[in-house]
Design a protein around this ligand. Sequence first.
Ligand code: FES
Length: 111
Amino acid sequence: MTEYTVEFVGTGEEITVADTDTILSRCLEEGIAQEYSCRVGMCLACSARIVEGEVTQPAARGLTDEEREEYALTCMARPASDLKLDRGEYPPSIEAEPAVGDADGSVAADD
Ligand code: FES
C-alpha cells in the first residue's frame, strides 16, 4: 500500500489517501464536503478536475474516454500519484440528455 497526498485547489484542504482507498471515502472520513450521490460511478456528482497527478478509475462508467484523462470520479478513483484536484469543475457529459425515460430523466412508474 502506498499513500498519496490529495490537495483540493482553492480550498486549503489536503488529505492523505492510500492507493487502496477511494478519494471520496477519505473525504467523508476527514469531514471534507465533497459532493456525491450514486457512489457507483454513474451520476458524476462527485467529479473533480485533475489539475495535477494521476488516478486509477476503471469503474468510472459515467465518464467518456477523453473525460477520464481530465476528471476523476472521486467515488471510484484511487490515487496513483500525489494529486491536485479542483472540485468546482464538472465534465461536459454531466449536461448530456438522459438516455432513458422522459426528457427530464424520470421514468414513469407502473400503476
Ligand atoms: S457519486 Fe455518482 S459518480 Fe460518484
